[in-house]
Ligand binder design. Structure first.
Ligand SMILES: [Zn+2]
Length: 522
């Protein structure tokens, strides 16, 4: 199958035709030179002067969990406890016998009643159906009495890196996995349906490649998601290239994964094993990100470390033996200190394996310098500016806020990619580009972050295309519109370089091509 995409507009280029045959781009040139190629094409797509970009790379998200989120009660629009209750009540009718009512996406900082969900509010919905609602960040959950009863919890409960508060039903960090473990494990067909749902959503955002962390986001055991992804890829059903960021419930699971012959780069260009993923701390929003000093707006806490340094070190050493890079979720400066110490001792000069740091949020200048000196791969989410700009200063103080989310300094100094952490934020690439360029919140327009760290439009697009490809070691086949590369393309209704930066979020994705297949049209 040969396709000619004509009347293309590409940034800084005069070529206006892209020809692709099956999955590969065969020609990029001028209409006047490519007459025969266009004539002999099976299909001509006239994009009428619209902007054509390489398909976007979202370098860190949870594709399976995004699909799961889209299949459950969505709470991101809730503005009060009452509206959260109403959304849950509406969802109650579709809960089957023996299942739980699950919701995700609320953020009490967006509530106008000053409240937050607790056990009592959820018990008012039902005391017979187990109910669990998860905050947008994924690091805090609230459950009803029924869940606590199933869990056998009748007083405050603490475990390594997590806890449950009995009176309010609040569940934090590692204890969330414990609660997830009580639910019926989704089977492979169910997991596949979630993946396909997530995939459809990301394709509509112009995304054709993701770094995705899925092994224990919905299930307890990594084998279900692994099986689901492998089957979909063999069946040719994936339309987004998935690089799995492998997170495990414990060391034994990681060891048996390696025993089975899995390691970095095993797979194909639609489902491929990526780095080992560790979670070191919580989130800024929930004040569970691990800080060196207590929170400015809550002196009783300085967040939670979810892992001991010795355990991090052991995991990195094991991964190293299998040539597997390790990336770690680090939000607070204490988590970053510990992670930098571990990496400094355990990586080769120049960091050829692309070990990295996911989120890169609260950082001091000396930590930023060390990240650059070690040449660490940075996976940031500029879209977090939208909400975090409204809380960062009150959480960590002015001085630390100024050096945090250092998009530009990191961009200049080391390899940086961009993503959404979906379903924490929805994977809206245009919104992400705008937040990188303006560092101004869309939801709280008066809230801004240090403008010295703005990216240019060109740099922001690079973080979503070629840099993501480099980080994944795929820059010889994705991230550019070039002969011999995969035909992964996103067609936009406006040129982001010609758009007022504060209007970039209004740019629409009109068409997405993945592997030479048209997978989305608006
Ligand atoms: Zn994540």
């Amino acid at each position: 199958m040969k396709t000619a995409m004509i009347h293309c507009h590409m940034h800084g280029r005069s070529e206006d035709v892209i020809i692709y045959e099956d999955q590969y781009i065969t020609h990029v040139g001028h209409e006047s030179d490519l007459h025969d190629e266009i004539e002999s094409s099976d299909e001509i797509i006239d994009v009428k002067g619209m902007y054509v970009s390489p398909g976007f790379v979202d370098s860190h998200m949870h594709l399976l969990e995004l699909g799961f989120y889209l299949s459950n009660v969505q709470l991101d629009g809730c503005t009060s406890v009452a509206s959260l209750q109403e959304a849950c009540r509406n969802g109650l009718s579709s809960v089957e016998e023996g299942d739980w009512l699950l919701g995700r996406g609320y953020n009490e900082d967006r509530f106008t009643d000053g409240g937050k969900p607790d056990k009592k509010a959820l018990d008012e919905i039902s005391t017979t159906v187990p109910i669990a609602v998860t905050r947008a960040c994924g690091h805090v959950m609230t459950v009803n009495s029924k869940v606590l009863e199933i869990a056998g919890i009748s007083e405050d409960f603490e475990m390594e890196g997590g806890r449950v508060i009995f009176a309010t039903g609040r569940v934090e960090e590692n204890a969330i996995n414990l609660i997830h473990g009580l639910q019926k494990e989704a089977d492979v067909p169910k997991l596949q349906s979630y993946i396909l749902k997530g995939q459809e959503y990301v394709n509509a955002c112009g995304i054709t490649t993701v770094g995705s962390d899925d092994f224990i986001s919905v299930t307890h055991d990594y084998r279900g998601p692994l099986d689901a992804f492998e089957k979909l890829s063999y069946q040719g059903k994936l339309t987004v290239r998935v690089n799995e960021q492998c997170e495990f419930a414990d060391d034994q699971a990681f060891a048996s994964f390696l025993d089975d012959g899995y390691t970095f780069d095993v797979g194909n260009d639609f489902f491929r094993i990526g780095p080992l993923k560790l979670i070191l701390d919580g989130s800024l929003g929930a004040r569970t990100a691990a800080m060196n000093h207590s929170y400015c707006d809550d002196s009783s806490t300085r967040g939670t470390m979810c892992m001991e340094k010795e355990d991090m070190e052991r995991d990195v050493m094991l991964a190293n033996r299998f040539n597997m890079p390790t990336i770690a979720h680090c939000i607070g400066d204490r988590a970053a200190d510990e992670w930098l110490e571990v990496l400094e001792r355990n990586i080769c000069p120049g960091n050829p394996l692309h070990h990295g740091i996911v989120h890169c949020q609260i950082l001091r200048p000396d930590q930023i310098r060390k990240i650059i000196d070690l040449n660490l791969s940075c996976y940031y989410q500029s879209i977090f500016v939208d909400y975090d700009a409204s809380v960062v200063e009150q959480r960590v103080g002015h001085e630390l806020a100024e050096s945090s989310y250092p998009f530009h300094t990191l961009y200049e100094g080391t390899l940086c990619s961009n993503g959404s952490d979906a379903p924490v934020e929805m994977p809206d690439v245009m919104k992400g580009i705008e937040c990188a360029v303006t560092r101004q919140s869309l939801s709280f327009p008066q809230k801004k972050m240090n403008p010295k760290e703005c990216l240019s439009v060109e740099e922001a697009i690079a973080t979503y295309t070629v840099n993501g490809a480099k980080q994944l070691f795929m820059d010889d086949r994705i991230g550019l519109i070039k002969e011999g590369y995969y035909a992964d393309l996103a067609v936009l209704d406006q040129d982001p370089y010609e758009t007022d930066p504060k209007q970039i979020h209004n740019i629409q994705v009109m068409m997405t091509v993945s592997d030479g297949r048209l997978v989305y049209t608006r």
